[in-house]
Design a protein around this ligand. Structure first.
Ligand SMILES: *Cc1c(COP(=O)(O)O)cnc(C)c1O
Length: 357
């Protein structure tokens, strides 16, 4: 690292920035995006909207049209919807408002590293509770953790990244009923499986549901996500958001994707079917253990050292994600097209065979 003429904040010095490898491999199955471009109808309408978007003016600060469209999808008031630049911005804004020095966030590991990362960046202490394999949350363990550490924010990720585990809704309820803080249910993969905490929205006013356009909506490049919560919670976090944070282009993109929701989401069933087919294929490879997944990715374990396997796959043109420092022996593969999945399984089989001989 180059020397810094002036140092950043003490609590940030030891933290590395988010850096999932973005190498240009022929088969990229490492970041859980959709393998499919947005539908033609969306792209065509977006092109027309961009031309007429009035970019000399600031966008609608409250994204009223987009909030109404999202609210309608969940039969939830638009005052309880807050779209942002990816669900990561939602998480950051909630932590800026409710976390910070002297406050804690609880995470159940192994889980999405950005919850901890963003908490640290906002000066929030993190209480990390390790969940044993097969990583299904026990509501009693959740209740204990929340009672003990009295967090300002508790994260529950379902389906959980990187394990793929669909968590019981009782875990969300347990967190809400065991402490006074905010409970964020990260449902970035909610469209692929598991039970959604949206059924709790009218019941618990400290619940926030975080969803994304990055995975199921085929719009990772557009950076769009949203919060569903009681209107007081949406109102409360506005103090921490930047003015005009969501560009007119982003708002238009989400509005148009929602207008064409059936086409935008049409590939989900196919990806779920491919996931289940891929899991079966992988299990037929000797020495591979695949964990159940309710998302668009699969976590798997082999007897080979994880980083070594990751490197061999990458050298063969197949990019997956190495989680072996978090979960020994484990890598995560995103479900791609049928062709990509086939290439992945064949490469995995070959690399493992070579490693044994
Ligand atoms: C991919 C992912 C997100 C998505 O973040 P965006 O900022 O919406 O792209 C959020 N949470 C989890 C658990 C994820 O895996």
């Amino acid at each position: 690292m180059t020397e810094r003429p002036y140092e950043i904040r003490d609590n940030l010095r030891a933290i590395p920035p988010y850096r999932a490898p973005q190498a240009d491999a022929p088969v990229r199955l490492n970041t859980n995006e959709s393998p499919y471009a947005p539908p033609d109808a969306v792209l065509k309408e977006l092109g027309e909207r961009i031309v007429n978007a009035g970019l000399n003016r600031y966008p609608d600060r409250d994204a009223a049209a987009l909030r109404a469209a999202l609210g309608a999808r969940f039969s939830w008031p638009s005052a309880g919807v807050w779209p942002a630049n990816g669900s990561n911005e939602v998480i950051q804004t909630v932590l800026l408002a409710f976390g910070g020095p002297g406050r804690r966030a609880v995470v159940f590991e192994p889980t999405y590293g950005m919850h901890t990362h963003i908490a640290h960046v906002t000066g929030t202490d993190v209480v990390s509770v390790t969940i044993p394999e097969p990583w299904v949350l026990d509501p009693n363990a959740v209740a204990d953790a929340v009672r003990e550490s009295e967090p300002a924010v508790t994260f529950i990720c379902s389906p959980n990244n990187p394990t793929g585990t669909a968590q019981p809704l009782a875990a969300v309820a347990a967190a809400l009923e065991s402490g006074p803080g905010i409970v964020l249910s990260d449902e970035a993969y909610g469209e692929f499986g598991g039970e959604s905490a949206t059924t709790f929205l009218g019941k618990y006013d400290r619940l926030g549901i975080v969803r994304s356009f990055s995975k199921s909506w085929r719009l990772a490049g557009a950076r769009l996500g949203y919060l569903l919560a009681h209107p007081w919670l949406v109102e409360a976090i506005q103090v921490a958001r930047l003015p005009y944070h969501l560009s007119a282009l982003s708002q238009a993109c989400a509005e148009i994707a929602i207008k064409h929701a059936p086409q935008s989401l049409a590939a989900i069933d196919e990806i779920i079917a491919e996931r289940d087919r891929l899991a079966k294929e992988m299990e037929r490879v000797p020495g591979v253990e695949v964990f159940p997944s309710a998302a668009n990715f699969l976590l798997f374990r082999t007897s080979i050292e994880g980083t070594k396997l990751w490197k061999s796959l990458a050298d063969a043109g197949v990019l997956v994600r190495d989680f072996s420092t978090m979960i020994p022996g484990c890598l995560r593969v995103t479900v791609g097209t049928a062709d990509q999945n086939l290439t992945f399984v064949e490469t995995l089989r070959r690399v493992l065979t070579d490693a044994r001989t």
